[in-house]
Design a protein around this ligand. Sequence first.
Ligand code: CUA
Length: 187
Amino acid sequence: MAEAGRATDMAVVDAAEQRWALAVAVIVGLVVAVMVYSGLHWTAMAPARVETIDASTLHLSGEFMEANLGTAREPDRSAAVVRVIAQQYAFVPHCIVVPAGTPVTFRITSPDVVHGFLIAGTNVNAMVVPGYVAVVQARFDKPGEHVMPCHEYCSVGHEGMWARVTVLDKLEFERQHGGARRASCAR
Ligand code: CUA
């Protein structure tokens, strides 16, 4: 009698183990399916705002050559584009000047390691990753000064890595930099 009872117990245990094994297999299968689906999906449709760049040659030619850094305005003065390089341990240019009341697009990249791009007192905040161009839209309503520290630890000189953003009244910007192809504080 006791023998038969033990056999029944074993059958119950076996059935429970099989149910749980099936449940685990279904969960693992779902996780794998999600990984495969998202991998294929992101390959087929990369996010539109990811722009890549060759970090080892960006100083030498193209958009981030030294002559192209700083603030450039549309010919009709309706918008500005600021190109910046973040590198160990400085931003180039280290002082950025922009006109107030104008849409400003920051384009910033790194030739070495990950840096942080933050303009105090605004919602401008991005990571600067080598191989990618970080693109941030901003608009400064009032003239003034903002500090721009690197906020991503980038090795021993990190604490000293910061820059300044000077927002000038539109007319003042025109007076100081109207004739320049690129503007920065240290012209
Ligand atoms: Cu660059 Cu911290």
